[in-house]
Every structure is written in C-alpha cells, then in structure tokens.
Design a protein around this ligand. Structure first.
Ligand code: CUA
Length: 329
C-alpha cells in the first residue's frame, strides 16, 4: 500500500501516529457516509407512498432514538479528541536531547544554519534516530516548512520564532516544501532533507571548513556591536545582565513578567523599547535592519549559551557583591 504514491514515506516517529489517526478519521467518515446513503435510499423505497389516500402516522419523538444519536457521536468525538490531543502533544513537545537547527525562509529559498556554524541552502542534513529541533523564522513574508515524509509542517513567520521537531527513522532523501503561498516562485521553494547515519552526519558536519560555531559567531557580533559595554553584568551596567537569563522569567517596568525565550531576545534586539526590564531606562538603540535574521539567530544562540559558562564564573563574585548592597538597604 505504501508504494502507492498518494502516501508519502513514513520516515519519522510521528508519521505512523499521524497516519493512524488520519485513517481512523477516514474510516469513520466512510462508514457513516455509506450508512447514511444506504438508509436514505433504503427508507425512501421502503416507506414510499403506495396509494393517493395513504397518510403516514404521526410520531411524537422517541427518547431511546434521541439518546442513541446523541451518545454514540459524542463518544466517537471524544475518542477523536483524546487521540488527536495525544498526537498533538507528541508533535509539539520537543525532547530535551534534541539537536538544534535554524531555518530562515526568504523568497524563495530556505537558509539553514547548524549549531556548529555549518550552513546550507535548500538542503537539510540530519542524523537518523536523533530528535532535531528546528527554529523557524522568515526574512520577508510568511513561509511554511513542510516535510511530508515526517508529517511535520510549521509556518516561518517574520518577526517571531516558531519551533518544530522530528526524529527521522529511515535514512534517505525526502522532500522539503514551502507550504504557504509566498509569491511568484513559491512552487520553486523546494529542497531536500538528507537523513544520514550518525557517523556519516558527523563526518558531513565536520567535513568542510571548521568555521566558528553559531554561538561563536554570536559572541563576535556581541563584541563587534559593543553590546558588552552596557550588558556587562556588574552593578553599574546600563543594561540587564544576560548571563543565565535564557528561559528565566523577567520582570518588566510595566509590571508584567515574561519568559526570556528566543522570541523575547529577538524582540529586545530589534525593538528594545517594546519590553523594558524593571529598573532600567529605555536607552538601547534598535538594531532593526542592521542585522540579518541569521545574525539575530547567532546572537540568540550566544545569549542562550551564556547560561552555564558565565554563571559558574560569575556566581561567587555576584553573590558576594549582592549581599552587602542588600544589607545596606
Ligand atoms: Cu515560501 Cu511559499
């Protein structure tokens, strides 16, 4: 059945789950379509008017019948709800050990960056049997990152980061499509996903020039753009300390609390005035238009990584510095 071209390969852990649910929905639809069609035709024939003076008896409802046609569909719908919620959660919850890849949509291509700094266009190389998290954004209009064989599809929206994940189960070549109409060459915005054995993948990753990692490129930007002059983490700093910030709640001047996720970091770089951290002045200049989406992702990758390393070094002095100042108040 799977050689029938209507159905793409099942090449991810999600594929069989999505297909099982899909075929269940199809089966339910076919069953009830046939049942209803047979009843309509059959009953129309059975209860046809046989003579001109024939009058049908008046019927004043039936509790049993009404309960039946209420409870059976309610039960079926609940099964569909629980089942699809289960599939949805497994599609949305990214496993902790996922490797990360960044994809930027642009009319009309996909630009991919790996954490090692390796880049590719309209091609995505991934290892088999390893969860891969893709962070998606767009440089211009809305695109949609679609790998039919993995049963995953997610919009790439300008100005925000969306994530998707998959775990490939079969090595090989698979289609990558843009699934959101994005202009003249939308139909040409296609690519290939290469699923490789982990060894071959490692060889491919390290094969080319050992360029700077994404976080390394981000660190260089951080220095070149002089972010460090304000975000330097001591008490006189004009900007919030970024070490250990990622994933933590941030108290804003407006009283709100937000989580320092990828989208928050990106927004704070291109639109610093949007969310002012409590205790700081809105003095940061915008970097809108000065950085490409790829560079923004590099900076975000660097800030994300400032978690462990900087924290360990800074933990002792920071705690020491904080204690007297709180005591003074
Ligand atoms: Cu990009 Cu359609």
């Amino acid at each position: 059945m799977w050689s029938f071209p209507l159905f793409p390969d099942q090449a991810s852990t999600l594929a069989s789950k999505v297909d099982a649910l899909y075929f269940f929905l199809i089966a339910i639809s076919i069953f009830f379509s046939i049942l209803i069609a047979v009843l309509v035709v059959g009953l129309a024939i059975k209860y046809r008017r046989r003579s001109d003076d024939e009058k049908p008896p008046a019927i004043h409802g039936s509790l049993l019948l009404e309960l039946t046609w209420t409870l059976i569909p309610a039960g079926i719908v609940l099964v569909i709800f629980v089942w699809s919620a289960e599939v949805y959660f497994s599609a949305v919850r990214v496993p902790k050990n996922a490797i990360e890849v960044q994809a930027v949509g642009k009319r009309w291509m996909w630009k991919i960056q790996h954490m090692t700094g390796k880049r590719e266009i309209n091609e995505l190389h991934v290892p088999v049997g390893v969860p891969v998290k893709v962070t998606l954004t767009s440089e211009d209009v809305i695109h949609s990152f679609f790998i039919p064989a993995f049963r995953v599809k997610k919009d790439a929206v300008p100005g925000r980061y969306n994530t998707m994940w998959f775990e490939a189960t079969k090595t090989g070549k698979y289609h990558l499509f843009c699934a959101e109409y994005c202009g003249t060459k939308h139909s040409g915005m296609i690519g290939t996903v290469y699923v490789m054995e982990p060894d071959a993948y490692q060889a491919w990753l390290g094969g080319e020039q050992a360029g700077a990692s994404l976080a390394g490129a981000g660190e260089k930007l951080f220095t070149d753009l002089a972010c460090i002059t304000c975000h330097r983490g001591d008490s006189g700093a004009r900007g919030p300390d970024l070490a250990g910030l990622f994933g933590k709640p941030v108290k804003l001047a407006s009283g709100e609390t937000v989580t320092a996720d990828e989208t928050y970091l990106r927004e704070s770089i291109v639109q610093p005035a949007a969310k002012i951290v409590e205790g700081y002045q809105p003095i940061m200049p915008t970097f809108q238009g000065l950085l490409s989406e790829e560079q923004l992702l590099q900076l975000v990758a660097y800030i994300q990584g400032m978690k462990a390393e900087v924290k360990d070094e800074a933990a002792a002095p920071a705690a020491g510095a904080a204690a007297p100042s709180t005591g003074a108040r």
